[in-house]
Design a protein around this ligand. Sequence first.
Ligand code: UDP
Length: 246
Amino acid sequence: MNQELPERLIDESMRRVDGRKPDELRPIKIEVGVLSNADGSAYIEQGRNKILAAVYGPKEVHPRHLSLPDRALLRCRYHMAPFSVEERKSPAPSRREIELSKVIREALEPAIFLERYPRTAIDIFIEILQADGGTRCAGITVASLALADAGIPMRDLVVACAAGKVDGTIVLDLNDVEDKLGEADLPVAVMPSLNAVTLLQMDGLLTLEEFEQAINLAIDGCKRIYKLQKEALKAKYLAIKEEVEE
Ligand code: UDP
């Protein structure tokens, strides 16, 4: 995957380094229920990103003193496999992974009816098998499906997507090169049916007008991915139904 860094990120026909138009998402493939030993699981490919999520719980809390009297304790671990990036990553948790674990947990937390499961824990594991920019967003999208697959009651699915600015143009769903060489990156997570934003970060500089354009584009991208999330959930149950009927 040794990439030559391009001189320009957008060509004269407004095509990006991977051939996409500014408002185009990367190709997305989602599968729900991929692991038999977790309570819930899901897998996503978004462009070259490959991410697996597994959920355990609600279950007993260990160590016990961490349990909360009025709601479930939500824990999240975002982890990059050593082979997930061009330069081997140490398997030990980095500052970035610790921060992303917290940010992702906070993006998912508002969706879950944690108050229904006091003194229990819900654990989310996000394994980045291959990374190409936007892994926190794809991680949120796939983890929310793993939660749903575990049968954990939720107000809505959480879906995330970034928009940003490259070569002066506002673009959707930045890949690694665009993330590194671009002017700005704005990851957004939403619960689409509730019109609620659960994550909003920004790296780089945008004018107020560009910010509005970027956030609207990111939310539009989220809504498109939301449809794919629901299709993937339905596909799992259709497959089970067909199996039972056979
Ligand atoms: N990345 C990398 N090595 C690392 C961490 C990140 O090569 O140790 C790459 C990876 O492709 C990641 C991208 O940098 O997706 C952007 O990372 P960022 O921290 O912006 O988070 P993300 O966009 O993945 O949510």
